[in-house]
Design a protein around this ligand. Structure first.
Ligand code: 6PG
Length: 510
């Protein structure tokens, strides 16, 4: 294996893809002392990155533009370290092939930072083995995170990790080890050097992207839960966006403290320039999605690890897109009358929504972490859940005070099967569940949808249920398909079948 050969005037890192995320990651790297050779098919994006570098650093020169893959390689110290910030999908392979054509070598490293499907990452690592090291690092935090400190989920070959580790630890978000809270930095230059970096090796190839996929699934659930609380306040309690914003700001001081609550509060206080109306009221209620929530739901179904709140959040986005149907149906299909009861108890309803959000959020995280656990067992990844919760404490979209409690839970018991079984979370739900149930009852009685709250509660009630009606279900399967069943009074695994329609079966008299 060749030593890193640093040549004067050569760049440390090659960077391909200078969209919003890419440019910001490159500037973050430059702030941390890395000299960047940058390439993008759109030359204007290279110019923009160079101009921003010059503007922020005074003299510039930290980002050097390249007009081809060959030029990019020629500007780098060897072995080459190249970071891709390009959309997930075939384009990742296209760029890898271009780099092979340009002369990339076996001990060079290419790091994919896009939202790639984890199984594509596994396949790519195999495909390119011997030609170069294909390594992946899933990035969370959006454009601000990329610029000032993202949460990073690297996985793949340990050789590549050893090379990239100091780079990622330098640019990642940092957490104060005493308080467990993010050390914020939102200005160019002066990167945060102290604190625990939100970048930890996740495991073998693909595992980092899997963990990021589940992060996004939880993100979908978290967002939908906040939206359901907003919906009941807006339509049930007739509150203005400004009033709801104030409630969210207040919630952000307590157990629900999180980036997503904070930005929701920020959004709701915005006024449209032209109409002077609340801006949120002018946004069309059709949600977009790029696929990571769907992948999480699909994976949970395939593995058999229930994640109904995450799946419901994906469905809620799909249902939102049926705008025309909903408009027609709203004139035809009736809901319940009245909301007066709700309006009389406004403060109590708001408190019940807070508690419902908190309990549902615990369930969504419990679902996500159990899914990662089952995937880890299936793929032999040996995921470290305390570490995963730790690197989600800052930088990423689901960052929240709450992540410290999850870190503590997995540090107390690394074999914890489900977050709900941790004494802290079990106690929290015990304390707040009455209000959780009330919030769902209130929403249901006035006909305001709260699928994510309800699915979380159904998950909780099913998970804590010693006997589920699956006994009847097994009997149904055996009745029509001879699928057999096990008996509670016989050894596990022993199968039974009954000829349910036989005249000889003993039955109760009708
Ligand atoms: C993050 C985000 C980021 C992005 C997703 C979600 O962690 O920084 O999750 O990856 O916002 O692509 O996008 P959709 O909501 O469009 O699926």
């Amino acid at each position: 294996m060749s030593q890193v050969e640093a040549r004067p005037n050569q760049c440390d890192i090659g960077f391909i893809g200078l969209g919003v995320m890419g440019k910001n990651l490159a500037l973050n790297l430059a702030d941390n002392g890395y000299k960047i050779a940058a390439f993008d098919l759109d030359h204007q994006k290279i110019e923009d990155a160079i101009a921003q570098d010059r503007q922020e650093s005074g003299e510039g020169g930290r980002i050097v533009g390249c007009s081809s893959y060959t030029e990019l390689l020629s500007k780098l110290s060897v072995p080459h370290l190249i970071i891709l910030s390009i959309p997930a999908g075939e384009i990742v392979d296209d760029v890898c092939h271009k780099l092979i054509d340009a002369g990339i070598k076996a001990d060079d490293i290419v790091v994919d930072t896009g939202n790639s499907l984890w199984s594509d990452t596994v396949r790519r690592e195999k495909d390119y083995r011997g030609q170069f090291f294909f390594f992946s690092t899933a990035v969370s935090g959006g454009e601000i995170g990329a610029r000032f400190g993202p949460s990073l989920m690297p996985s793949g070959d340990p050789y590549a990790w050893a090379r990239i580790e100091p780079v990622w630890q330098a640019i990642a978000a940092k957490v104060d080890s005493q308080s467990g809270k993010a050390i914020e930095r939102f200005e160019a230059g002066n990167p945060v050097k102290d604190g625990e970096p939100c970048a930890a090796y996740i495991g073998p190839s693909g595992s980092g992207h899997y963990v990021k996929m589940v992060h996004n699934g939880i993100e979908y659930a978290d967002m939908q839960l906040i939206c359901e609380a907003y919906h009941l306040m807006r339509s049930g309690l007739k509150m203005t966006p400004q009033e709801i914003s104030e409630v969210f700001f207040k919630w952000n001081q307590g157990a629900l403290e999180s980036y997503l609550i904070e930005i929701s509060a920020e959004v709701l206080k915005q006024i449209d320039n032209e109409t002077q109306l609340p801006l949120v009221d002018l946004i069309l209620d059709k949600a977009g999605q790029k696929g990571t929530g769907l992948w999480t739901a699909v994976s949970s179904l395939e593995i058999g690890s229930p994640a109904p709140t995450i799946a419901q959040a994906v469905y809620a986005r799909s249902l939102s897109t049926l705008k025309q149907d909903r408009v027609s149906a709203s004139h035809l299909l009736q809901g319940p009358e009245q909301q007066s009861e709700l309006l009389r108890n406004k403060e109590e309803v708001i408190q019940s929504l807070h508690d419902a959000l908190y309990c549902s959020k615990i369930c969504a995280y419990a679902q996500g972490f159990q899914l990662m656990q089952m995937a880890s067992d299936e793929h032999e990844w040996s995921l470290d859940f305390a570490n995963i919760a730790k690197i989600w404490r800052a930088g990423c979209i689901i960052r929240a005070a709450f992540l410290q409690s999850i870190t503590d839970a997995y540090q107390r018991n690394e074999d914890l099967n489900n977050l709900l079984l941790d004494p802290f979370f079990a106690e929290q739900i015990n304390v707040y569940q009455t209000n959780w149930r009330k919030a769902i009852a209130n929403a249901t009685l006035v006909g305001i949808p709260c699928g994510a709250f309800s699915s979380a509660l159904a998950y909780y009630d099913s998970y804590r249920c010693e006997t589920l009606p699956a006994n009847l279900l097994q009997a149904q399967r055996d009745f029509f398909g001879a699928h057999t069943f096990e008996r509670v009074d016989q050894p596990a695994g022993k199968k039974f079948h009954v000829d349910w329609s036989s005249k000889d079966r003993p039955i109760y008299p009708v």
